[in-house]
Design a protein around this ligand. Structure first.
Ligand code: ZN
Ligand code: ZN
Length: 297
């Protein structure tokens, strides 16, 4: 007589059940953040936002579907990494703490800022790494299949890149004391900014990249140019690493000004001319140079 195995009570079973729940949450977060942005900018307000469209030609529908399914595979990886982190935390191996009173609200806020700034640095350098010739095709090429990304591309990664992207939570969890709610705030900030970076439309006001404070924050044009031109604009939330390393594209500010200064009449004329057009099949580089010659401060 065989004895039934209570899979749910094993450690691996617990991790897998947790991962399944996390997967559902990650998909929910993706749909809740990306869905309305896509619906608003790409459908409902498309005509009105026409002047703010960054690239003239929209990607074909099958590209957006591809972005969605690669994102689903990313969430499988994220869910497994998240569940394993939860397990480590329950074992007391991470620096997670349970009560906000332990470190106070001041530290709670500081920890959230540290996560964001730390992630920005982590992203810039892992991104540069993934653009190295021997690495690019295995890790990062999938993300660059989106020549003109839609917000659905925010998590469109090869599983190997997804592991790199997810590993930031391990870096955080083992380096600073953190409350789960601060990690949640960080995760939401990351999702919203990531979706805005892939929006395909620029929502920030004219002059944003020249303003003495605002210029340190990245724009949608910034990351869209990275997808379009590849060897430039590697940073995530803030522009400082690209400035310090001279990797902003030379025409970044010019492009931003052109997009934010376009008139409705001019945009409508362009739209009529392009109504039936779809994006050309742009060859995606299978190799990438590690450095970029562009500089702009
Ligand atoms: Zn890239
Ligand atoms: Zn991207």
């Amino acid at each position: 007589m065989t004895q039934a195995i209570d899979f749910g009570s094993t450690q691996l079973g617990t991790i897998l059940v947790t991962a399944a729940a996390l997967f559902a949450l990650l998909v929910g977060r993706y749909l809740l953040v990306v869905g309305p942005l896509y619906l608003a900018c790409w459908k409902l307000l498309r005509q009105r936002l026409q002047p703010r469209r960054i690239q003239r030609v929209l990607p074909p529908r099958r590209r957006l579907v591809g972005e969605f399914w690669w994102s689903m595979s990313t969430f499988v990886v994220f869910a497994l990494v998240g569940a394993s982190l939860l397990y480590c935390s329950q074992m007391g191996w991470t620096r997670m703490y349970g009560s906000i009173d332990e470190h106070g609200w001041g530290y709670w806020l500081l920890s959230a800022v540290l996560m964001i700034v730390g992630h920005d640095t982590y992203f810039y350098w892992t991104h540069r790494f993934m653009h190295l010739k021997p690495v690019f095709r295995y890790f990062h090429r999938v993300h660059h299949l989106s020549f003109n990304p839609s917000p659905w591309a925010a998590f469109s990664f090869h599983p190997l890149e997804a592991v790199v992207e997810a590993s930031i939570v391990y870096v955080i969890a083992f380096s600073i004391p953190f409350h789960p709610s601060a990690l949640f705030v960080f995760a939401m900030y990351m999702t919203v900014m990531n979706a805005l970076g892939h929006l395909g439309y620029e929502l920030y006001p004219r002059g944003f990249t020249q303003h003495r404070l605002a210029k340190w924050f990245n724009t949608s044009v910034h990351h869209n140019m990275h997808h379009h031109l590849v060897h430039c604009n590697y940073s995530l939330y803030f522009n400082w690493w690209d400035r310090w390393m001279g990797t902003n594209h030379a025409t970044y500010h010019q492009t931003f000004d052109a997009v934010t200064g376009r008139s409705q009449a001019r945009a409508t004329r362009d739209l009529r001319a392009e109504q039936a057009a779809v994006a050309p099949e742009v060859p995606v580089p299978v190799e990438c140079a590690g450095s970029a010659p562009q500089t702009a401060m």
